[in-house]
Design a protein around this ligand. Structure first.
Ligand code: ADP
Ligand code: GLC
Length: 485
C-alpha cells in the first residue's frame, strides 16, 4: 500500500477546540486513517487554547506581515494528532468561541480570518514544508472552502483537493470587496468561481473548485442535491453529482467507551447493562429529577438551533409529563430556546431538568444514564450524539433525516431489514409525529425484553471509524491516481 499524505484543514479539532461534531470528526479521522496507510496532518488556527496546548510546537516559517500583522506557521503534536498551527495573533488570539464574539455575533473579519487559513493550506499544498508535501488537501466546511480556490487560481502543479460538507447551513458568505484583500484574482468573481448571488461564498467556492466533494452521510448527499436541502447550492451539487459522495461519520470508540469512561459514575459493558441504573440515579440527582428507576429518562445533548428541532420537543412536553417520562437536556445556543427550556424546567421540578451550557463531562453521563436519547432534527448531515447513544445503551429516538436515517434502525423496520432494530425514527418532522413516537417508545420501555433487545443491538452496531476511514482512504487514492493520468 503506497502511503498517501493528506493535509486536512479544519477550524476546530477535538480535544483542542470544539463547538460541535466537526471537531470530533477532525480529531478522530486522522488517527483512524493511520491503519489505512494515510498520513494526515491537520492545519488549524492558533486560537488561545491551541497555543496553550501546543506549547512545544516548533516554528517553521515566520512573516512580518501575514494578512495585516505578524504571523507564524508552527508544527507540533497533541494526543496523537500531527498539527500545523497558523499563529496570527491579530486574527486568532481572541478568547471564547472561534467564530463569534462574546455577544454571539460573527467576528466582522471572519472572511479574512479563514481566508488566511486557506491561503496557508494552499501554500503547504505547493510544498512550503518540504518534510510534508501533501498528495491531497482536504478542506472541512466553509472555513476551509477557499483552500481549493487558492490552489486552483494559483495555476501551478497542485495536489488533489477534497471539500467535505459538514453542514450546508453555514456557507461563509461575504461582500465581493473581500476578494481584493485576500490575494485572489478578480476574475475568480464569477459564477464558475466564488460568486454567489452577487456576493462571495467560501463554501460555494470549495464546492465549485474541489476535485471531489463529500458529505457526512449517504442520505444527506442525496438531500443536498434538492433545492430545499441544498440551501441555494442544490443546482451546483446536481451538476457535480459525479464527484459527490456521502461517507458516514464514525466516532472515537476510545473517547466514547462505557467500559473505560472516566466521566461516568459507573462503567459498564453489554454484559452488565444493569449498571446503567446507577448512572441514571446520578444523572437524576444532577438534573434535580425525582429518583425513579421506572420513569423513562429522555436525554438531549445539543446545540440549541433551528436545525435541531428542539422547539418541537418543547411542544411535546405535555406528552412527556402526561406519560410519566422525565427529560434531562444539556444545550446552549439560541437565547429564546434557552429561556423557554429554563422556564419549563422551573415549572416542572423533578420532571424536567435543564442545564444551559457546554459540558463535555456531563454529556458522557447523559449518554450513560438516560434511557433514550432524542434527536428531533429538521436536517442532520450526520449527527454524532445518536452514535454515542448506540454505544452507551441509550436508545435513540430520531427524525428520519440525513445521517439519522442512515445510522438508526427503526423498531418497525427490522422485519424488512437484515439489520436488527436499534431505536425509533419519526417522519415528518412535526410535533404530532414526535409525540406519537415518544408514546411508542414509552410503551416499549415498559416491556423490559423489548428494550433490552434494542439496547443490545445498539451496542453491537459498529459505530467506529474503522471501516468509514477506509472509504476516505479509497477516495484519496482514487483521486491521486486520477490526477496522474
Ligand atoms: P452538530 O455538529 O451539528 O452540533 P453533532 O451531533 O454532529 O451535531 O455533534 C455534536 C457534538 O457536540 C457531540 O460530540 C455532542 O456531544 C457535543 N455537544 C453538543 N452540545 C453540547 C453541550 N451543550 N455540551 C457538551 N457537548 C455538546
Ligand atoms: C455538522 C452537522 C452534524 C455532523 C457534524 C460532523 O456540525 O450538523 O450533523 O455530525 O457536522 O460531521
Amino acid at each position: 500500500m503506497t502511503p498517501v499524505r493528506v493535509l486536512a484543514v479544519a477550524s476546530e479539532v477535538y480535544p483542542i477546540v470544539k463547538t460541535g461534531g466537526l471537531a470530533d470528526v477532525a480529531g478522530a479521522l486522522p488517527l483512524a486513517l493511520k491503519a489505512h496507510g494515510v498520513e494526515m496532518r491537520t492545519l488549524m488556527p492558533g486560537y488561545p487554547d491551541v497555543m496553550r496546548m501546543l506549547g512545544g510546537a516548533g516554528e517553521i516559517r515566520r512573516w512580518p506581515d501575514y494578512f495585516g500583522g505578524p504571523g507564524r506557521l508552527l508544527a507540533g503534536s497533541h494526543d496523537g494528532l500531527d498539527l500545523f498551527v497558523l499563529d496570527v495573533p491579530h486574527l486568532y488570539a481572541r478568547p471564547g468561541n472561534p467564530y463569534v464574539t462574546a455577544e454571539g455575533v460573527d467576528w466582522p473579519d471572519n472572511g479574512l480570518r479563514f481566508a488566511a487559513l486557506s491561503r496557508i493550506a494552499a501554500d503547504i499544498g505547493h510544498g512550503l514544508v518540504p518534510a510534508f508535501v501533501p498528495d491531497v488537501v482536504h478542506a472541512h466546511d466553509w472555513q476551509a472552502g477557499l483552500a481549493p480556490a487558492y490552489l486552483h487560481y494559483d495555476n501551478r502543479p497542485r495536489p488533489g483537493t477534497v471539500m467535505t460538507i459538514h453542514n450546508m447551513a453555514y456557507q461563509g458568505k461575504f461582500a465581493p470587496e473581500l476578494i481584493g484583500s485576500i490575494g485572489l484574482p478578480w476574475d475568480s468573481f464569477n459564477v464558475h468561481g466564488l460568486e454567489y448571488f452577487g456576493g462571495i461564498s467560501f463554501l460555494k467556492a470549495g464546492l465549485q473548485l474541489a476535485d471531489r466533494i463529500t458529505t457526512v452521510s449517504p442520505t444527506y448527499a442525496q438531500e443536498i442535491q434538492s433545492d430545499e436541502g441544498g440551501m441555494g447550492l442544490g443546482g451546483l451539487l446536481r451538476q457535480r453529482a459525479d464527484v459527490l459522495s456521502g461517507i458516514l461519520n464514525g466516532i472515537d470508540t476510545d473517547v466514547w467507551n462505557p467500559q473505560t469512561d472516566p466521566h461516568i459514575a459507573y462503567r459498564f459493558g453489554a454484559e452488565d447493562l444493569t449498571f446503567r441504573a446507577a448512572n441514571k440515579a446520578v444523572l437524576q440527582q444532577q438534573f434535580n429529577l425525582d429518583s425513579s428507576y421506572e420513569a423513562p429518562l429522555l436525554g438531549v445533548i445539543s446545540r440549541l438551533s433551528w436545525q435541531k428541532g428542539l422547539d418541537l420537543l418543547l411542544e411535546a412536553i405535555p406528552t412527556i409529563l402526561g406519560d410519566g417520562m422525565q427529560l434531562a437536556l444539556l444545550g446552549s445556543g439560541d437565547r429564546d430556546l434557552q429561556d423557554r427550556y429554563q422556564a419549563v424546567a422551573r415549572a416542572n421540578p423533578g420532571r424536567i431538568g435543564v442545564v444551559i451550557g457546554y459540558d463535555e463531562i456531563l454529556a458522557h453521563l447523559i449518554q450513560a444514564g438516560s434511557d433514550a436519547l432524542i434527536v428531533p432534527s429538521r436536517f442532520e448531515p450526520c449527527g454524532l450524539t445518536q452514535l454515542y447513544a448506540l454505544r452507551y445503551g441509550a436508545v435513540p429516538i430520531v427524525s428520519r433525516v440525513g445521517g439519522l436515517e442512515d445510522t438508526v434502525v427503526d423498531i418497525g423496520e427490522a422485519s424488512t431489514s437484515d439489520r436488527a432494530a436499534t431505536g425509533f425514527k419519526f417522519a415528518p418532522v412535526t410535533v404530532e409525529a414526535l409525540t406519537g413516537t415518544l408514546r411508542k417508545a414509552n410503551t416499549a420501555f415498559h416491556n423490559k425484553a423489548t428494550w433490552r433487545r434494542l439496547q443490545l443491538s445498539g451496542l453491537a452496531t459498529d459505530v467506529s471509524w474503522r471501516n468509514r476511514a477506509g472509504d476516505y482512504a479509497v477516495l484519496y487514492r482514487d483521486l491521486v491516481a486520477a490526477r496522474r493520468t
